[in-house]
Ligand binder design. Structure first.
Ligand SMILES: *[C@@H]1O[C@H](CO)[C@@H](O)[C@H](O)[C@H]1NC(C)=O
Ligand SMILES: *[C@@H]1O[C@H](CO)[C@@H](O)[C@H](O)[C@H]1NC(C)=O
Ligand SMILES: *[C@@H]1O[C@H](CO)[C@@H](O)[C@H](O)[C@H]1NC(C)=O
Ligand SMILES: *[C@@H]1O[C@H](CO)[C@@H](O)[C@H](O)[C@H]1NC(C)=O
Length: 399
């Protein structure tokens, strides 16, 4: 099992999953109750699938979300099957799928038992074992670049379920991945950051392990990479590491994370995905700061230039970026240190909101944009209301 051959499925688990699924589909056509047997033997895979199901990327971005939560690994069962098919011998697969369809219910049942026995005999490797192989490979400096890529792609998939992410930590996988940040190949660095981001997402245990390895400052340097894909995944990982994590955020500010964000927000030649992620992170940090009731307000929230760079994003031509900027402004307006007058006089928020109102009014006339434009207008109005309330109240925060 050490060296996997490139021509067929990468992992036995996935190959079997595909075959089982084909069998289940065929079984359902004949007798629905007989199908369940398969799944009981493939429980782990079922769990894995449930957790990899996408956060529904309904392409109308009416709900603000970080797009990286959606990409990577398999976004659906279908995606996983496509992948498995792509890595299998097509002739053999077709043959076995046809075989399964020809079976009668009793034959099918017999076949199920055979597969079950076979699986037990084969001792299907657990996800933890597969991760161990990938880590050992990565930790081998003489591994070929191709095999290194393959090991990383496998980890990218395996790390999705939260239990696996925790196991990867116990296997020492994160230290190995952080080493990969120094690899000369940009794709290796990119996928390593991506895996760390995925594993850290909503996982305080992993966040701590990864932060303790000193990954944050390395990732922040990668955000400045001239290779856009690397920068995008690095910023994704930075967000995942510090999200709802006070220790991570303190480290982020200590490393001048606020300046990093401001540089991205204020530079319109920077890739739009980076800018969206940056403003999404600002909104998130502002919200987190409120929830944690920090006694000390972050000085960067009262930095005029910083605030202006956020307000200026509302003049972008990218609706998604505009929406994320509105959410950020709304959250920032909840902060005592953010002065409404500064937003008005220095940042021109009044003018910006009015310009946006007109833009959205025009967009609503276009059928295909209408719903989204209406959602955005509702959000814009909400920001306007909070803003004017704050203006009327001087420096006090609305209650
Ligand atoms: C479906 O399977 C059950 C139990 O396996 C069996 O009792 C039943 O007769 C089957 N029905 C059909 C339509 O094959
Ligand atoms: C490291 O990789 C090389 C090339 O794939 C292989 O020959 C060697 O056995 C590996 N070393 C270890 C310790 O696995
Ligand atoms: C990686 O290899 C080194 C020796 O080259 C070893 O000390 C270390 O424990 C290995 N790390 C993991 C996570 O296997
Ligand atoms: C803006 O970003 C571009 C592309 O990353 C970079 O070349 C340029 O130096 C940046 N401008 C400023 C003022 O930082």
């Amino acid at each position: 099992m050490r060296r996997r051959s490139g021509a067929t499925c990468h992992s036995l688990t996935l190959c079997l999953l595909f075959l089982l699924t084909a069998a289940v589909t065929a079984g359902r056509e004949k007798n629905s109750s007989s199908a369940s047997l398969f799944w009981s033997t493939a429980k782990e895979e079922e769990d894995l699938l449930r957790k990899t199901e996408p956060n529904d990327d309904s392409s109308a971005p009416s709900v603000v979300s970080d797009p990286d939560q959606l990409d990577g690994g398999f976004s659906s069962l279908d995606g996983m099957l496509q992948w498995a098919i792509g890595h299998s011998d097509p002739a053999k697969l077709k043959e076995s799928a046809q075989d399964v369809q020809r079976l009668s219910p009793s034959e099918l049942k017999k076949r199920q038992m055979e597969i079950k026995e076979l699986m037990e005999k084969l001792k299907m490797p657990s996800d933890a074992q597969l991760m161990q192989i990938a880590i050992d490979d990565l930790n081998n400096s003489s591994l070929s670049l191709e095999d290194r890529h393959r090991a990383l792609q496998e980890l990218l998939i395996l790390v999705e379920p939260i239990d696996n992410a925790n196991d990867l930590s116990k296997l020492g996988g994160f230290a190995v991945l952080v080493q990969e940040f120094n690899h000369p190949d940009t794709d290796i660095r990119k996928v390593s950051a991506w895996i760390l981001g995925k594993a850290s997402q909503n996982n305080p245990f992993v966040q701590k392990q990864v932060l303790d390895l000193g990954a944050l400052s390395k990732l922040m340097k990668m955000v400045k990479s001239s290779f856009v894909e690397e920068a995008v995944k690095a910023l994704y990982a930075v967000s995942a590491l510090i999200r709802n994590n006070v220790a991570g955020q303190e480290l982020f500010y200590a490393e001048a994370g606020d300046l990093m964000l401001q540089d991205i927000l204020s530079n319109s030649s920077i890739d739009i995905r980076l800018r969206r992620k940056a403003v999404f992170l600002v909104a998130d940090l502002a919200e987190c700061q409120l929830e944690n009731m920090h006694k000390v307000e972050l000085p960067f929230f009262s930095n005029r230039l910083f605030l202006k760079s956020v307000v200026d994003l509302t003049a972008s031509t990218d609706l998604d970026l505009q929406e994320k900027a509105l959410v950020a402004i709304k959250n920032l307006l909840q902060h005592r240190t953010v002065e409404a007058l500064v937003l008005k006089d220095f940042c021109g928020l009044d003018t910006a909101l009015e310009r946006l109102r007109q833009q959205l009014r025009d967009l609503m006339l276009e059928e295909y944009q209408r719903d989204y434009a209406m959602d955005l207008e509702a959000l814009r109005k909400e920001v306007e209301l909070v803003f004017h309330t704050r203006l009327g109240m001087g420096t006090k925060v609305p209650t």
